[in-house]
Design a protein around this ligand. Sequence first.
Ligand SMILES: CC(C)(COP(=O)(O)OP(=O)(O)OC[C@H]1O[C@@H](n2cnc3c(N)ncnc32)[C@H](O)[C@@H]1OP(=O)(O)O)[C@@H](O)C(=O)NCCC(=O)NCCS
Length: 164
Amino acid sequence: MTIRVEEAADWTAVYTIYAEAFGQLTEAELVRHLHDDGDLILSLIAHGDKPAGHIAFSRLALHETPAIRGVVLAPLAVRPEFQAKGVGSVLVRYGLEKLTSDGYDLVVVLGDPDYYSRFGFTPRLASQLKTPYDGPYLQALALSDKGKEAHGPVSYARAFAELK
Ligand SMILES: CC(C)(COP(=O)(O)OP(=O)(O)OC[C@H]1O[C@@H](n2cnc3c(N)ncnc32)[C@H](O)[C@@H]1OP(=O)(O)O)[C@@H](O)C(=O)NCCC(=O)NCCS
């Protein structure tokens, strides 16, 4: 399995991954909107003998702590035939390492705590934020000491608002 930054030639693969994982195209179209709006910060694709999974990270604005560089993890998907083989975990860990080395401070995700807690995400850190998705499924991970100080209202990229 190799992980690499997604390229324009990967669109078909990205649509296939999300269509198979979710049975719909909403998430693939979210990635496309994030890309078209210039809001994608990191977009990774996992390849085995064929495309296996994809993860996207997009910009997050922290209004009370603008010096904190935040991102949103969403969406993430692994094709059914590749699920439960560690592909999702490799994508998350690879992404978090790259974001840390690029100087980002905070990652926010909406998802199952049983899955995301293994990477260190906690609802407690996320509860310091005011987001459109507040609740037990909202989790955050600090990539730096600065990230732990994040609080107050945040704005997701525009493509998320257009999902509703
Ligand atoms: C969720 C998903 C991205 C995980 O990727 P993956 O490559 O299958 O997961 P990994 O192999 O890295 O990890 C497997 C572990 O995750 C758990 N897991 C898989 N999907 C899960 C889910 N939706 N919720 C909670 N835990 C989940 C498995 O039970 C397994 O746990 P274990 O290590 O304790 O045995 C992938 O299964 C997927 O795309 N699923 C369909 C779409 C979906 O539900 N997306 C939700 C994303 S928030």
